[in-house]
Design a protein. Structure first.
Length: 248
């Protein structure tokens, strides 16, 4: 079973940038987003606030990881690869903090949608896929780094961050905010754009969408703003504004 999961993990590691967006859209289209929970619009709004908080928690976690000790998750030639075993920063409190952040973002997005089937299927599917990717990475890292990696696995949990070790793990390190913007702006803008888009879809699918024209206008403006922000940061990045230099 684990060998099969490793094969699945290697596949999605290679094609996740193409497959994940399609899968997410497909899951969101499984059902119309409900406008009420148990007949209550108030509960629906409360659920949306919780969902947004989960998404923001995922983005903050990713930012913290990248700001202290960034590692390139793209591999080499779209295959699992690591030049060095990174154990500092957030990798000292969790072996896969970026994937934990991603799972929070996806879970929050599915929760914004609100359909029980979408939430359950989406979280279960991506949890399985990430576990497969992690198995594939672990097999590579154990083969390359041997006892050092096995010791790291014994000391640091795979999924659940030990935040009590945060100060110790980041001691002597400086948070690089410029790197966070340069490396994660597209993820942040895409995640927030998706959350707002699903929220807009919910109100467009409501029985009387014309009653929500003002709110829908705000949501559309936010979507446009996230698109413009992503474009502006991309332009500045190409101009070298976020270049770290050799010392970084």
């Amino acid at each position: 079973m684990k060998k099969t999961m490793i094969s699945i993990g290697n596949f999605f590691f290679r094609f996740r940038n193409q497959a994940f967006p399609v899968m997410i859209v497909g899951l969101l289209l499984m059902a119309l987003p409900p406008t009420e929970i148990f007949g209550s619009a108030f509960l629906e709004e409360g659920k949306d606030l919780i969902a947004l908080a989960v998404v923001l928690a995922g983005l903050i976690l990713r930012a913290t990881v990248i700001g202290y000790a960034y590692i390139q998750r793209g591999g080499l030639n779209k295959k699992v690869y690591a030049k060095n075993l990174v154990t500092g920063g957030m990798f000292g409190i969790c072996r896969n903090p970026l994937y934990v952040g991603n799972m929070l973002i996806y879970s929050g997005l599915f929760l914004v949608h609100g359909s029980l089937w979408v939430v359950a299927a989406g979280i279960a599917l991506f949890a399985f896929i990430y576990q497969c990717i992690i198995y594939a990475e672990e097999a590579f890292l154990e083969d390359k780094f041997g006892d050092g990696y096995r010791a790291y696995c014994r000391d640091v949990p795979r999924w659940m961050p030990r935040f009590g070790k945060f100060a110790e793990s980041t001691e002597g390190m400086e948070f690089n905010f410029k790197r966070v913007i340069a490396k994660d702006y597209s993820t942040a803008c895409a995640a927030l754009f998706a959350v707002v888009a699903v929220e807009a879809w919910e109100y467009l699918a409501a029985p009387n969408p014309t009653l929500h024209v003002g709110y829908l206008s705000v949501l559309i403006a936010l979507m446009a703003a996230f698109g413009v922000l992503a474009g502006a940061i991309s332009f500045l990045k190409k101009r070298g504004v976020f270049h770290e230099g050799k010392a970084a």
